[in-house]
Design a protein around this ligand. Structure first.
Ligand code: HPA
Length: 272
């Protein structure tokens, strides 16, 4: 359980270490935790030293926060997250996002690795999340209500900021960047989907499938923060891909797209 008081302690620690409130918080998913060296005046804060921060057990999630300046904005990078499939509660999964928002970051960027459900989409593409399907069987707003975090029955009509998406799409067109936009299905994992599940997800309106992000989006929206969600399509989903899926493939594609992805994140921070 992550209480409001614990969240405030984490937020106070972050503000004190950074010396200011962050404006933008960027969570970096599987194999994407490489952006820290692109911040000016970087301050490194290992998760293990941040009060109440859950620490991930997944290889490829290095587990530290890095604060600094990017595109003229004070940014807090969260390099690595914890997942429901590790056994963490939805509250624990959302602790870092909530604490960052309480510390002042009202702009939230959530990234993830995901599988694409369309055969004509390519591994390595970046997808702007325009909506999501929460298929994780839980919701971070379940449980005792604490209205200091916001209302319980929150509107989710527009979870991912449409204005920022619009600006990013215009920019991407100018750059001739193959930017996708679509619906992310968040599943529990940790096994990848079966081909039948991928067909079902396609029928439900999903464009990409992964195992994170949706709880953090809900928590950030409850606190009134605006959210941009980005999926790195590391593979074609099961049954769409001619090959078997592996975490190694996901990490290898994520490593290949580091450079364009890093540049895109800088644009997101600039245009947010
Ligand atoms: N399915 C679920 N999660 C993922 C995938 C996938 O195909 N690729 C990366 N994360």
């Amino acid at each position: 359980m992550s209480t409001y008081e614990q969240l405030q302690e984490t937020a106070a620690y972050l503000k004190q270490k950074i010396g200011a409130s962050p404006e933008v918080v960027v969570t970096l998913g599987s194999g994407l935790s490489f952006l820290g060296d692109r911040l000016t005046g970087a301050i490194h804060l290992p998760y293990a030293e941040i009060p109440h921060f859950p620490v991930s057990s997944v290889p490829g999630h290095s587990g530290k926060a890095v604060a600094g300046e990017m595109a003229g904005r004070r940014v807090l990078l969260l390099c690595g997250r914890v997942h429901l499939y590790e056994g963490y509660s939805a509250q624990e999964v959302c602790h870092a996002t909530r604490a960052a928002v309480l510390a002042g970051a009202d702009k939230v960027v959530l990234t993830n690795a995901a599988g694409a459900v369309w055969p004509h989409w390519a591994a390595g593409n970046i997808m702007l999340m325009k909506d999501h399907l929460n298929l994780q069987g839980t919701n971070v707003l379940c449980g005792p209500e604490d209205d200091r975090l916001g209302a319980r029955f929150i509107d989710m009509t527009s979870p991912y900021d449409a204005q920022v998406r619009g600006r990013l799409k215009v920019w991407a067109r100018g750059e001739q960047m193959a930017l996708r936009e679509g619906v992310y299905a968040g599943l529990l994992g940790p096994s990848y989907e079966t081909p039948a599940e991928v067909r079902m997800l396609r029928g439900m309106g999903a464009d990409a499938v992964g195992m994170s992000t949706v709880q953090e989006t809900i928590a950030a929206r409850q606190l009134g923060a605006r959210v941009v969600g980005l999926s790195v399509l590391t593979n074609l989903a099961a049954g769409v891909s001619p090959t078997r899926l592996s975490h190694d493939e996901v990490k290898a594609t994520a490593a290949l797209v580091q450079e364009p992805f890093a540049r895109f994140i800088e644009k997101v921070v600039e245009l947010f």
